[in-house]
Design a protein around this ligand. Structure first.
Ligand SMILES: C[S@@+](CC[C@H](N)C(=O)[O-])C[C@H]1O[C@@H](n2cnc3c(N)ncnc32)[C@H](O)[C@@H]1O
Length: 268
């Protein structure tokens, strides 16, 4: 495990939802609108986490069945509570070795996961293997290199100002392939046909500074992991730096945005 990835071990579902799940929830329905799938299909959600994308599939796509797979059992407990639907099952599994026979699903999707997998071609190869002929493989990740998660960019800019060593921990440095071209290339290398990429944007509106700051103190995810491991006085400095540098609206809220790249390809 590298220094940069040591806080990627996700487990606490409630903390994740406060930090990232609430914004992933905004992107998921827009991603599904773009896919525009038929109803009654068999779905697989790889790296389903606390079930944000799975929940959106159930409410928007009327699936015949849906399996969510994630390596973090702790997240799956939250997902099972969030999506109590008899058509849906959540199991522990690894993206690089999906526990299913070939050609089991009509649509294989993944939200905000692919960048965290060490062997991305292997994971995409698996997603393609378990999709039926003529099925769809699709995924989205944040536009990290383009500063597409403004609240993370603000966090790391303040952190790096105070501690230049934090430079290599930011997602823009760690995940340079999360561009339109980089992600399309991954899909093409996996042998997907008719590869298409689009940008999906959504607002991230924080009620006040506490709403912005608290998730970073809960420890789930790379930036919160960095934050909770700082000595208390350095964490306080980081808090104060952010407090004075964020853009506030008149009512004290903090209006920021996210942008994800969504990719889809057909299994030929
Ligand atoms: C940022 S979260 C995204 C969760 C969810 N899909 C969402 O959109 O909110 C990344 C998820 O990928 C999972 N993950 C990372 N690497 C994985 C792997 N190799 N196999 C399965 N799950 C993985 C993590 O456990 C975590 O739940």
């Amino acid at each position: 495990m590298t220094e940069a990835s040591r806080h990627d071990a996700w487990q606490a579902g409630g903390s994740y939802d406060n930090y990232m799940g609430r914004w992933s929830r905004r992107i998921a329905p827009r991603f599904l609108d773009w896919l525009a799938p038929e109803e009654g299909l068999e779905w697989l959600d790889v790296g389903c986490g606390t079930g944000e994308l799975s929940d959106a599939i159930v409410s928007h796509c009327n699936p015949r069945g849906l399996i969510g797979i994630d390596q973090a059992e702790g997240f799956l407990l939250t997902a099972r509570d969030k999506v109590p639907d008899p058509r849906v099952k959540f199991d522990v599994g690894q993206a690089q070795s999906l526990p299913f026979p070939s050609q089991s699903f009509d649509v294989v999707v993944s939200g905000l996961m692919l960048n965290f997998v060490s062997d991305r071609p292997e994971a995409l190869g698996e997603m393609k293997r378990v999709a039926r002929g003529d099925g769809t493989v699709a995924y989205y990740v944040w536009d990290y290199p383009g500063g597409g998660v403004e609240f993370l960019r603000a966090f790391w800019m303040a952190a790096i100002d105070l501690d230049p060593k934090a430079q290599d921990l930011g997602e823009d440095r760690r995940f340079p392939f999360c561009t339109s071209e980089g992600l399309a290339a991954l899909a093409e290398e996996a042998g997907l046909a008719e590869v298409d990429v689009t940008a999906i944007e959504a607002p991230t509106h924080f009620q006040d500074f506490d709403d912005f700051w608290r998730p970073f103190t809960l420890g789930t995810g790379p930036a919160p992991g960095y934050c909770v491991n700082l000595p208390p006085e350095e964490r306080q400095q980081l808090k104060e730096r952010l407090q004075t540098s964020l853009p506030y609206a008149r009512d004290g809220s903090i209006p920021l945005k996210t942008r994800a790249w969504a990719v889809r390809g057909r299994v030929s």
